[in-house]
Design a binder for this molecule. Structure first.
Ligand SMILES: Nc1ncnc2c1ncn2[C@@H]1O[C@H](COP(=O)(O)OP(=O)(O)OP(=O)(O)O)[C@@H](O)[C@H]1O
Ligand SMILES: [Mg+2]
Length: 240
């Protein structure tokens, strides 16, 4: 099986504090992997290092074999992400926000932008609202626009930091179905951080669990949960 994400010996220190310590794991191509951990465990920090937003103190991240902090633009071209809440201009339409972001992407040929924007709008089911200002969008629509933005450059892998935060059950279902569809139909690999363990249990085959900046567990979801709810197994694991 091809490895899509490979994290090795990743350490991040800030002002004498160790936020990540020798984090290592791999995500195979075509997998949906959950990133779990209590508040402050280091999930957002890890995703920020993985997407090249901040530099690691030590260690490496490879995306389809390309090292993020050595061949940044080549690695980032293979990756899409939503880190924290996606930021859009509220006074611009969803479509214009995407066009704007696409123009900043050196990997997208200028003559392909308009057709790619229409494609991703269709994928996330926002065509009907594409002319409305983002300021008028619901949270679920903003999250879907975030995924549309992540899809613009035809990524092989998408990293999502708490994508379902604040969504109602319908928004959550739309997001889940979108992730599963992109995984199934386009073979996109996902790494998703979340505290919503029911959602994670439903869609993630594998899990990486962080605590105090270190990986304390990794493996198949069913191995951790057994016959229990993932929540129960998780609470036991992190309080142990
Ligand atoms: N720039 C920074 N300087 C110092 N400490 C930081 C910095 N960024 C994050 N931290 C600390 O690193 C730790 C991990 O934070 P992080 O946001 O990665 O956790 P998390 O797992 O995403 O938590 P949550 O589930 O609450 O989102 C926290 O103790 C946080 O205060
Ligand atoms: Mg976080």
């Amino acid at each position: 099986m091809k490895t899509m994400l490979e994290v090795k010996g990743l350490t991040k220190k800030v002002q004498g504090r160790t936020l990540l310590r020798e984090v290592g794991f791999a995500v195979h191509s075509g997998e949906i992997c959950g990133l779990l951990g209590p508040n402050g465990a280091g999930k957002t920090t890890l995703i920020r290092v993985m997407t090249g937003l901040i530099r690691p103190t030590a260690g490496s991240i490879r995306v389809a074999g390309v090292e993020v902090h050595r061949e940044r633009s080549r690695a980032l071209r293979k990756m899409g992400a939503i880190v924290e809440n996606p930021v859009f201009f509220p006074y611009m339409s969803g479509r214009d926000n995407l066009i704007n972001l696409a123009l900043l992407d050196p990997g997208l040929p200028k003559n392909k932008i308009s057709s790619r924007v229409e494609e991703v709008l269709k994928v996330v089911d926002l065509v009907g609202r594409a002319d409305d200002k983002v300021g008028t969008y619901s949270l679920g629509m903003k999250q879907r626009l975030g995924i549309a933005q992540a899809l613009l450059g035809h990524p092989e892998v998408i990293l999502l930091d708490e994508p379902a935060n604040g969504l109602d059950p319908i928004g959550m279902r739309q997001l889940r179905e979108l992730i599963l569809k992109l995984n199934r139909e386009e073979g996109i690999t996902f790494l998703i951080s979340s505290h919503l363990l029911d959602e994670i249990q439903r869609i993630c085959k594998r899990l990486v669990v962080l605590k105090d900046g270190a990986v304390i567990w990794q493996g198949e979801t069913g191995e951790l949960s057994g016959s229990r709810d993932l929540e129960e197994a998780f609470v036991e694991l992190v309080s142990g």
